[in-house]
Design a binder for this molecule. Sequence first.
Ligand code: MEV
Length: 448
Amino acid sequence: MLLYILLIQGFINYQAIMLCNERMNEMKNSSYSGFYKLSPEERLAEAAEFCGLSEEDKAVISSGNSLDMDKADHMIENVIGRFTLPMAVGLNFTINGKDYLIPMVSEEPSVVAAASNAAKMARENGGFYTSNTGAIMIAQIQLIDIPNPNFAKIKIYENKSKIIEICNEKDPTLVKFGGGMEDLEVRVIDTLQGKMVIVHLKVNTLDAMGANAVNTMAEAVAPFLEEITGGKAYLRILSNLAVHRLARARTVIKKETLGGEEIVDKIVTAYAFAAADPFRAATHNKGIMNGIIPVVLATGNDTRAIESGAHAYASISGKYTSLTTWEKNADGDLVGTIELPMAVGLVGGATKIHPTAQVAVKMLGVKSATELGEIIAAVGLAQNMAAIKALATEGIQRGHMSLHARNLATVAGAKGEVMEEIVKKMVSEKNVRLEYAQELLKEYENRK
Ligand code: MEV
């Protein structure tokens, strides 16, 4: 009886803690005004408070060389040093009702400000809602020299259980946690060298990106496939076109927030251009990647895998097109969606080795790789909206101009209010040059 009471009490306490955590999350507000006016140290302090970072975590972010030489030397070959980039936070993101500060690593000005600005517009109407198709990676095995490929295809399907058994023996840990090979698909394709049988192993890699797991399985099962088909197994490698590992996000932005239905129409027209024309779609999708890659990089994930998967998915219909859609709903508001492969992990690779990547993951507080993927998709959608809104209205250069002016004023040595005044003057006079920034700074100093 006592045990029973203790169990019930434990459960009630657990519920109370969970509720409290949920409330804390609900209360958190990723929207700051004037964040850009703070110093990097002040911004880090704000971010640390929001994300619950320790002094140690803060030191990792601010030091810029948290990856020590020894670790770097073990990551890749012929190491001669390390390379640092700015790390920032995307503001204003509300995703599935929860606020996030988004860690972003990029060399490109305007990107973080633009994403934050779009997220601000989206949050006025609830922000972003996301979903995913699970963490299923594909490994491909290329079988050649098969005289009767269609017969071989059916034989492979007949042996599905054995194939799954061979693959899953290679990764008992993945299987123990609920992952492993789940299914297969066999395709007969026409190539320059005749017909080939291509086997797809569909593997649930859970919180790992999964490259190692699926490549090991593909290599392990290849001899058995040769045995049952009489063919020769050639390439055995994952596919970055991870069509069973999609992340999705959607948002509704009120026409009033955008400045009227006319702006909604302009954005929808800008999207129609990308949807119809591969030349425009390439740039449109580059804008999406401007948001996606900084988060992929910050969390230590493989940026090339995400890029190749995204662009391949953009052409899956046979014609390269937009990864997002933008429409006007019955109320005249703007509705946007994104769907793309998102093979990111939380365990293994640079995510586990790079101290800053670990802190970036902690900042997001994600519990699974699919949750991380969803957040990244939402950032891509926000980034795209910001870019096409700017392009469809005032053009991209105005925003760039003030950031450029800010950079030049910083190089000239301006700070605080003086910096703001110099930036304003340079932009309004359309005279954004370092010499002019220096001249203006001198003028302000002489006036003191
Ligand atoms: C620049 O890095 C990205 C844009 O070209 C994206 C777009 O054209 O949609 C502004």
